[in-house]
Design a protein around this ligand. Structure first.
Ligand SMILES: Nc1nc2c(c(=O)[nH]1)N[C@H]1C(S)=C(S)[C@@H](COP(=O)(O)O)O[C@H]1N2
Ligand SMILES: [Mo]
Length: 159
C-alpha cells in the first residue's frame, strides 16, 4: 500500500514535469472587480460543462482552419454569477484587452482549451484562448476581433 502510494507520487511528479495538464490544475481564474465571485476553472470542471466546438482560423497563426473547443464565455460567467458590461482578458505575456459583454451574447465566443482535440499548453498559446467563430461568420475575421482573441489567458475580469 505504502509502495503503491509512493509509485503514484512519482507518477504524478513525472506528469507534472512533462507539463501535462492535470484535471485539477487551475487553467485560469474568473472574477468580478475586487475579486468578487471568483471561480478557478480547472480541466475537470470543463469536463463536466458543455464544451462548444467549431472551426476557426486562429489569429497570428498559419491561416489554416482548425477545430477549437471550450466553454462559451457567457456560460462561464453565468456559472460564476458574474454580470457586467465588459470582460477584461489578461494574458501571461502581459497582454490585456477589454472585450464588450455584447460580444459574448451576440457571438458564440469560447475560452478554447483545445485545438484540433489537443489540450493547449502554455507553449501552444494556452491555457486558454479567446476564440470567435470566424469561419461560420466571416464578418468576425476582422482586426477588431483579432485583437480581442487573447491567447495565454490566465484571468477574466468582469466589470
Ligand atoms: N496574449 C496575447 N494575445 C494576443 C496578442 C498578444 O500580444 N498577446 N495580440 C493580439 C493581437 S493585436 C492580434 S492582431 C492577434 C494576432 O496577433 P499576432 O499577429 O501578433 O500573432 O492576437 C491577439 N491576442
Ligand atoms: Mo493586432
Amino acid at each position: 500500500m505504502k509502495r503503491a502510494f509512493a509509485l503514484l507520487a512519482v507518477a504524478v511528479f513525472a506528469i507534472h514535469s512533462a507539463g501535462a495538464v492535470l484535471a485539477d490544475d487551475v487553467l485560469f481564474r474568473i472574477h468580478g472587480k475586487d475579486g468578487s465571485h471568483a471561480l478557478d476553472v480547472t480541466a475537470s470542471m470543463l469536463g463536466e460543462m458543455d464544451n462548444h466546438r467549431f472551426k476557426a482560423v486562429l489569429p497570428g497563426g498559419t491561416g489554416t482552419v482548425q477545430e477549437v473547443s471550450g466553454p462559451l464565455v457567457r456560460d462561464l460567467l453565468k456559472a460564476a454569477g458574474l454580470e457586467g458590461s465588459k470582460v477584461v482578458a489578461k494574458a501571461l505575456d502581459g497582454y490585456e484587452m477589454d472585450i464588450p459583454m455584447s460580444d459574448m451574447t451576440d457571438f458564440d465566443v469560447i475560452a478554447a482549451t483545445r485545438v484540433d482535440g489537443k489540450p493547449l499548453s502554455v507553449r501552444d498559446r494556452g491555457p486558454a484562448w479567446i476564440v470567435y467563430p470566424n469561419v461560420d461568420r466571416a464578418d468576425l475575421k476582422d482586426a477588431l476581433y483579432e485583437a480581442r482573441s487573447v491567447w495565454q489567458v490566465k484571468e477574466l475580469i468582469v466589470e
